[in-house]
Design a protein around this ligand. Structure first.
Ligand SMILES: [Zn+2]
Ligand SMILES: [Zn+2]
Length: 145
């Protein structure tokens, strides 16, 4: 597997030391445009001939999530979590439940809503999360819905 220079940079930005498992997981996430589960990342790493350990991958993914490097998304159909590299800036995403491809939506519809909630609850709101689920055009063509 080719070592991506950006990986070291991304890790450095999050004050994380660059280690082999961290680089490997980050490279997989950077190369795929889909949301991947820990098991899928594990399989990909084995396919490219690397050594991989599932519990290490879980630990790395939780660390990345904690540091804001990746986004953890819940898949209702799989009843498990998928992970993907967080894009810079404030974006929302729509995720295909079939192929797990995701598309960033740059428009945020929630700022006005936030102000209402803040006024109603007295909370100082510092952020939010919004993900949309569906089936991409390729996948809905394949299955006759
Ligand atoms: Zn799809
Ligand atoms: Zn937003």
């Amino acid at each position: 597997m080719k070592e991506d220079v950006n990986c070291a940079e991304l890790l450095h930005r999050c004050h994380l030391k660059s280690t082999k498992p961290r680089n490997a997981v980050l490279t997989v996430l950077a190369e795929r445009k889909t949301v991947l589960t820990a098991e899928e990342i594990y399989r990909i790493l084995l396919e490219v001939g690397g050594t991989a350990n599932l519990s290490t991958i879980y630990r790395v993914l939780e660390l990345f999530t904690e540091k804001g490097l990746v986004t953890k998304s819940f898949f209702p159909d799989l009843r498990s979590y998928g992970f993907s590299l967080k894009s810079g800036g404030h974006t929302h995403r729509i995720i295909c439940m079939s192929c797990h491809k995701h598309v960033d939506i740059s428009h945020c519809p929630l700022s006005e809503f936030e102000q209402h909630v803040a006024a109603d609850t007295g909370f100082e709101i510092i952020g939010h999360n919004l993900e949309l689920y569906g089936y991409c055009s390729d996948c809905s063509k394949k299955t006759d819905r």
